[in-house]
Design a protein around this ligand. Structure first.
Ligand SMILES: *Cc1c(COP(=O)(O)O)cnc(C)c1O
Length: 226
């Protein structure tokens, strides 16, 4: 029987991560869990922190900033995972530990400033033909990576991707892994792979994911989001 509490769902996902890592012959310590808390109140994030979560993800600036300010004393690391307007980039830097959705040079220009801090950056790759899905097309990856490497205040960690709807996730994640190998020729330290969500994280782990972004499997359904 499943334990339908926040702590119970978190434990179930942690067990699922350990099982997938084992199947992949990987150390589960090499897989970081980011709990995506968008649409959920700060009280839920507080509950996660009490259950030992240190990394949380949000996809809208105003909501993320409000929670980061309210929960500042918890020392959480805030990961920005949504599409980001350049004019909001400086503000996101103020609370974000990482931005997972770098997808264009103009955003790098806005985000990369010398303010005495360094944030982690992931380049999001679009695995579909639809520009509305966010992310850079694979053929434009190299110039974008050069821009991030040249920017102040951003440490390029690797790639981020969302598996396309309506096709098996594992081959999509394998494409990201191949792109990562290409990226590492330009940036040998940028080995991280931010991929894997509630429904596909075991496949992501099998293809080398280092950062999982998991929401509903832990938080339950998002209020007001269907
Ligand atoms: C919402 C979101 C997630 C988490 O999705 P779930 O299916 O709830 O696990 C992960 N990544 C991004 C970019 C998201 O917007």
């Amino acid at each position: 029987m499943s334990d339908e509490t926040l702590a119970g769902r978190l434990a179930a996902v942690r067990a699922g991560i350990a099982e997938a890592a084992d199947a992949a012959g990987r150390d589960p310590e090499g897989v970081e869990l980011i709990v995506v808390t968008k649409f959920h109140p700060a009280s839920l994030v507080r509950g996660l922190a009490e259950a030992g979560v240190q990394d949380v993800g949000e996809n809208r600036h105003q909501e993320a900033r409000a929670k980061a300010v309210e929960l500042a004393e918890l020392g959480l690391r805030w990961h920005f995972v949504g599409q980001l307007q350049s004019k909001k980039a400086r503000q996101v830097r103020e609370y974000a530990h990482a931005v997972h959705s770098i997808d264009r040079v103009s955003l790098v220009t806005a985000l990369g400033v010398d303010d005495g801090r360094t944030i982690d950056g992931f380049i999001q790759v679009n695995l579909t033909e639809d520009p509305g899905r966010g992310g850079v097309q694979p053929e434009e990856l190299d110039p974008l990576a050069e821009a991030v490497l040249a920017a102040e205040g951003i440490r390029l960690r690797g790639l981020m991707a969302v598996a396309p709807l309506g096709e098996p996730a594992r081959p999509a994640f394998a494409r990201v892994r191949a792109l990562s190998e290409r990226l590492q020729r330009l940036a040998p330290d940028a080995r991280a792979l931010s991929m894997g969500m509630s429904h596909d994280y075991p496949d992501a782990i099998l293809e080398g994911a280092t950062h999982l972004r998991i929401g509903t499997a832990i938080t339950g359904n998002r209020p007001g989001a269907g």
